[in-house]
Write a protein that binds this ligand. Structure first.
Ligand SMILES: Cc1cc2nc3c(=O)[nH]c(=O)nc-3n(C[C@H](O)[C@H](O)[C@H](O)COP(=O)(O)O)c2cc1C
Length: 365
């Protein structure tokens, strides 16, 4: 109510990126004020239930709906996101050095299509700044994923060193890590999804994760790779096989798309990656393919166009163990988390499942 009738009309009158900063700064500052996280939790928090509790990657999640990467690029507000009911939050994409990103404007709303187009280009304050922010977390209710990338000026031949450097700076601050090789707004980044470049990158990442774990006499934290929706089936199968062979724990499917299918709004002509409703079915298709190629043995986190509990459930039935949202949060506000979690419980009940784990991949059986 508060979001739909008061905040959203106010935000939608502002430049989209400015509204974005107001949200992040508001959540970051708000969660430092005594009593505010409790208030946010009372307004929007999600109470735990056995049906939705999820274990994945050796971690415990209160429920399987997380914040997708790109909203909290510097890890400034995980306590805020935890308080408004997320089951986990992915921060980043962070690069070793801070960088400005692409020229403004670079974020566009397409309200008629319930979509966004962005060409942010990994604007962020760098890995050390993120480490400093995350070290100030006070609430440890939800796992935090750190999404890592490469600086714009780093050539692909040296990309592996950037990912390695991010792991070194941030290892202690993330519960798991996401290798982002699928954003369309860093030139050449998506080439890292293929062939020898992918193998070289993932071998370096996995070696670094092991080295960090050995130094702490602990078992390594887990790594997922985030992939694009714009691959052919043949490319996708090849990419998935390489990811499996390199010992990566899981796949996030998918990032934004370069496709403009299904759009009616004038902003469709803007360059960048498209997210939101028109991406929904394609990302679910990719999840189903990844599930098939891995025989259901590799954890998948689904991302792309989730607006309703049924959208999330479709991705779970296609093979995702958990899901993430970004664009729907902009259009529907934080009440989304209660809507999705309550709706998911209803979907499980209707199909006779006792918990999320039983529904994962149901469409393949
Ligand atoms: C403005 C914006 C910035 C994003 N930045 C990143 C990013 O830095 N790294 C990343 O992996 N994904 C990024 N994404 C992609 C989202 O994490 C998500 O995968 C995608 O938007 C699809 O989900 P949605 O339809 O729920 O938004 C961004 C998306 C948007 C809209």
């Amino acid at each position: 109510m508060l979001y739909t009738y008061l905040l959203k009309p106010m935000f939608f009158k502002m430049d989209p990126e400015k509204a974005h900063h107001v949200v992040i700064d508001g959540l970051a500052t708000g969660s430092k004020i005594p009593g505010m996280t409790g208030l946010m939790n009372a307004m929007y928090g999600v109470s735990e239930s056995p049906e939705l509790r999820t274990e994945l990657l050796g971690l415990k999640f209160p429920h399987p709906i997380g914040l997708a990467a790109g909203l909290d690029k510097n890890g400034k507000a995980p306590d805020g996101f935890s308080s408004i009911g997320f089951g986990f939050a992915e921060v980043g994409t962070v690069t070793p050095k801070g960088q400005a990103g692409n020229d403004l404007p670079r974020l566009f709303r397409l309200p008629a299509d319930e979509a966004l187009i962005n060409r942010m280009g990994f604007n962020n304050e760098g890995a050390d700044a993120m480490a400093a922010s995350l070290s100030k977390r006070k609430i440890n209710r939800i796992p935090i994923a750190v999404n890592i990338g490469k600086n714009k000026n780093t050539p692909n031949e040296l990309a592996h060193e950037d990912y390695q450097s991010c792991i070194r700076s941030l290892y202690d601050h993330g519960d798991f890590f996401v290798v982002n090789i699928s954003s369309p707004n860093t030139q050449g980044l998506r080439d890292l999804q293929h062939g020898d470049e992918l193998r070289k990158l993932l071998v370096t990442v996995m070696d670094e994760m092991k080295a960090q774990a050995v130094a702490r006499k602990a078992i390594p934290k887990q790594v997922m790779v985030k992939i694009a929706p714009d691959m052919s089936e043949e490319q996708l199968e090849h990419t998935v096989n390489t990811i499996v062979e390199c010992g990566v724990a899981g796949i996030i499917a998918t990032n934004t798309t370069l496709s403009r299918e299904g759009l009616t709004h004038a902003n469709a002509s803007q360059a960048g990656g498209m997210s939101g409703k028109p991406l929904r079915d394609r990302s679910t298709e990719v999840i189903a393919s990844v599930y098939r190629y891995t025989g259901g043995r590799m954890p998948i986190i689904g991302s792309g166009g989730i607006f309703t509990a049924q959208d999330a459930y479709d991705k779970i039935r296609a093979g995702a163990s958990m899901v993430e949202v970004y664009t729907a949060l902009i259009y529907k506000g934080p009440g989304l988390l209660r809507e999705l979690t309550n709706g998911l419980k209803e979907c499980l009940r209707k199909d006779g499942y006792r918990n999320i784990a039983e529904a994962v991949g149901a469409d393949h059986r």
